[in-house]
Design a binder for this molecule. Structure first.
Ligand SMILES: [Zn+2]
Ligand SMILES: [Zn+2]
Ligand SMILES: [Zn+2]
Ligand SMILES: [Zn+2]
Length: 752
């Protein structure tokens, strides 16, 4: 059950997994049916209870809001007034009022006629826009408008003023862009309740964007942007991207993304919340005209570092694109002719910097240099052999030890970014674009990256939103159930009552109850190992991967049997049995054999080590009205993700029975794999397995000592499964019980 993460509803996978500019939150497409699945306009007028908004700030806005003029126009609605209906997931429609409304203020639902179908229906006032273009009188700021040719919804942000904006309206749109228009270009909404519109915007960041914009609308901030400045703009979740300002119009700027593929150009407001705050008026990215035109300053070197880097790379590459080379030569000739005073020995790079500086904001700059910037940005990434150098500086301050965020955002902390294409790709810190997890795994291996393949996802099903902190702090009764014992914090949340989770000692390793059991558990004489040095990527050569498969074959694991029946190759069977990119898609009945301390492979990066590396996803312990304490995901989890182990005290079954006399045995789990699985190959065909006392399964009891694993609830249709995993001990009595997601799990969803 979701009690606190509700405000993420309504954000489609498409929206949050791709650029906000590609998928405007409430834009409406009347022409392209392909885009309809990304349209979001919430339909629910009672959404207020679900959404956290600072009430005071809204009241402030409403008090100042003078909507009398607009309301005087629309408070009376005659029969047959033409309306544009803008509804979620539907193309826009032209309807006519079915009933006259003399007091539109007090109604939220109106009756309209659909002339094409001759039917009538009720629509909320908020979704109806007057078909007549906006009249020429002054429409105040915060007026909700619909721009028909752009198919965008937005709010008026600036009224016409001869000095400020050359007598045009500035409209902020629901896709974070902004633009100037004449009054004829947009349509007025029947509902001009700013608060109601804001409450129905379900995309939290957009709501914050508008709140921020309108609260600060009367503070006039001087913006010092100039064409050619490089600023950082949030385009994808919390990721900032470098963009170049390519045009300025009063208080909006046109920015161009450095994407090699799309080079998207959009207009945004100079005070837009998507601009990185520290970068808004940053000296290091500002171009100024220096006093001495002869010596390039540090500032300029910074400003053009990206350009010179590209040049350097190009120069280093002997097979550089010939067309681009021609262009460079030609432009250098031009620069030379304009810079007679430069000595002939000066490098090309310095020349270009000097030229940029002296000609800033001249037609030469905008007409010749600027298109050249774009050419350079559009060059395909230059091929090189990737090595440690490709990630070294990007990972300088990165440590995967304590994971504070959604782990799937970690690559972005190391200068990776997403390429919004189909299929979705990752751009490496050295600007290669990789489309498959296999390629990424190879890249991580070649560059000895600190990142693990488990932090990468494929497909668009797994979203990067919402933030893991997206729930009400006042119901957080414990910051970390594990007291710092795990790599991630496990917050405890209760918005039902004053109950706290029961007292137990948090441990992360199985705890044998006496020395005899400890000796049996720690005996690893029978444990086999591999001698791989390639992160166990070549599974044909890895004894550990082969053991997982051979045990499954001996024990007739149904999935492996199926593959054998279809005569799949050994290589394919190995590739698909056990972990695939550190995920386990299907349970293996005979157990998974991870690499262990005897193996020669890398402790972190071996592809056959996962459970032993501990927690990496964020789960929350929360109280449910019906099921009691349970666990839920704080971010999306792809299928096959390792959650945690079930940890507790290790007892013999007799000791378990004894304990059950005096205390509840609901946390006791029998390690009964030994009963189901036959012995290894050398025992096969031998005597029947002894059934003496030694073979009684051991019991894990989580009542006194345990980890978060004790809180998983049972469900009829579980979205997780338990997998027996062997690490240090290959004794069938001592498997580790590891929990994995059986399906894709969405943020906020309970795991059981
Ligand atoms: Zn590289
Ligand atoms: Zn190996
Ligand atoms: Zn191994
Ligand atoms: Zn290994």
């Amino acid at each position: 059950m979701v009690t606190s993460l509700k405000n993420t509803k309504g954000i489609t996978d498409d929206l949050s997994s791709s650029s906000v500019f590609d998928t405007p939150c409430s834009s409406v497409s009347s022409t392209s049916p392909d885009k309809q699945d990304v349209v979001i306009v919430l339909d629910d007028d009672n959404a207020e209870n679900d959404i956290k908004i600072d009430k005071h700030s809204i009241t402030d806005i409403i008090e100042k809001y003078d909507n009398l003029i607009v309301n005087s126009l629309i408070e009376k609605l005659e029969i047959n007034t033409e309306l544009i209906i803008v509804k979620p997931n539907l193309p826009i429609r032209i309807c006519a009022t079915a009933k006259a409304y003399s007091n539109l203020q007090d109604t939220h639902i109106i009756m309209v006629l659909n002339p094409r179908l001759s039917t009538s229906e009720c629509v909320t006032k908020r979704q109806a826009y007057i078909h007549e273009p906006c009249p020429s009188f002054d429409v105040p700021i915060r007026t909700r408008v619909f721009h028909r040719s752009l198919s965008l919804l937005g709010f008026v942000f600036e009224m016409p003023c001869p000095i400020k904006n050359q007598n045009r309206y500035l409209v902020l749109y629901d896709n974070f862009t902004a633009n100037y228009h004449s009054h004829l270009e947009f349509h007025l909404c029947l509902c001009q309740d700013f608060r109601r519109h804001l409450l129905n915007i379900d995309y939290k960041e957009l709501r914050a964007h508008y709140q921020d914009a309108f609260q600060n609308s009367n503070k006039i901030k001087q913006s010092n942007y100039m064409i050619g400045n490089i600023i950082r703009v949030r385009k994808f979740g919390n990721q900032y991207h470098n963009v170049r300002i390519i045009d300025i119009d009063c208080s909006i700027i046109k920015i161009c993304f450095f994407e090699r593929k799309s080079k998207k150009e959009i207009w945004i407001h100079t005070n837009s919340s998507i601009i990185e705050p520290s970068q808004q008026i940053s000296q290091s990215t500002k171009l100024s005209i220096p006093l001495s035109p002869q010596t390039p300053t540090e500032e300029l070197n910074n400003s053009y570092s990206d350009l010179s880097r590209l040049r350097k790379r190009k120069d280093q590459n002997s097979n550089a694109n010939k067309g681009a080379k021609k262009l460079r030569d030609r432009s250098n000739t031009k620069q030379l002719s304009m810079q007679h005073q430069q000595s002939s020995s000066t490098s090309n790079e310095q020349l270009s910097i000097t030229t940029c500086r002296t000609n800033i904001l001249t037609p030469y700059y905008t007409n010749i240099l600027l298109p050249k910037f774009r050419m350079l940005n559009a060059l395909p990434s230059i091929s090189h052999k990737c090595s440690r150098q490709c990630v070294l500086s990007a990972e300088e301050h990165f440590s995967p030890r304590k994971i504070q965020t959604n782990p799937f955002l970690l690559p972005f902390e190391c200068n990776w970014s997403i390429v919004d294409s189909k299929p979705r790709g990752y751009r490496t810190p050295c600007c290669q674009i990789l489309y498959s997890l296999d390629d990424i795994e190879q890249y991580l291996y070649r560059t000895q990256s600190k990142l693990s393949i488990k932090f990468f996802i494929d497909g668009v099903l797994t979203r990067f939103q919402p933030s893991i902190d997206d729930y009400d702090k006042k119901f957080l009764i414990l910051n970390d159930l594990s007291n710092g014992h795990e790599n991630v914090k496990i917050p405890v949340y209760n918005d039902i009552d004053n109950d706290r989770p029961d007292n137990f000692n948090y441990i992360t390793k199985i705890r044998p109850i006496d020395n005899r059991i400890a000796a049996a558990l720690n005996d690893n004489n029978a444990t086999s190992c591999c001698d791989c040095i390639d992160n166990c990527n070549d599974r044909m050569k890895c004894a550990c991967f082969r053991k997982t498969l051979s045990q499954a074959q001996i024990n007739h694991d149904p999935l492996v049997m199926e593959k054998e029946k279809n005569r799949y190759t050994l290589a394919y069977m190995l590739k698909t049995t056990g972990y695939q990119r550190k995920r386990l898609l299907n349970p293996i009945s005979s157990g998974v054999y991870e690499c262990n301390s005897k193996c020669s492979c890398h402790r972190e990066h071996c592809s056959n080590r996962l459970v032993q590396q501990g927690l990496f996803v964020h789960l929350q312990l929360f109280k449910d009205k019906v099921k009691g304490w349970g666990l839920r995901a704080l971010h999306d989890l792809p299928r096959g993700t390792f959650l945690c182990q079930y940890i507790g005290e290790l007892l013999t079954s007799d000791q378990g029975h004894e304990r059950a006399q005096s205390m509840d045995d609901k946390y006791q789990t029998s390690l009964d794999l030994v009963k189901q699985v036959h012995y290894e190959i050398n025992n096969e065909g031998g005597d029947d397995i002894d059934d003496d006392d030694d073979d009684e399964p051991y019991v894990v009891d989580g009542s006194l000592f345990s980890n978060l694993g004790k809180y998983f609830n049972h469900a009829c249709e579980p979205n997780m499964f338990i997998q027996n995993v062997f690490i240090e001990s290959h004794d069938l009595h001592f498997p580790n019980l590891a929990l994995f997601t059986r399906t894709h799990v969405k943020a906020g969803q309970g795991i059981n």
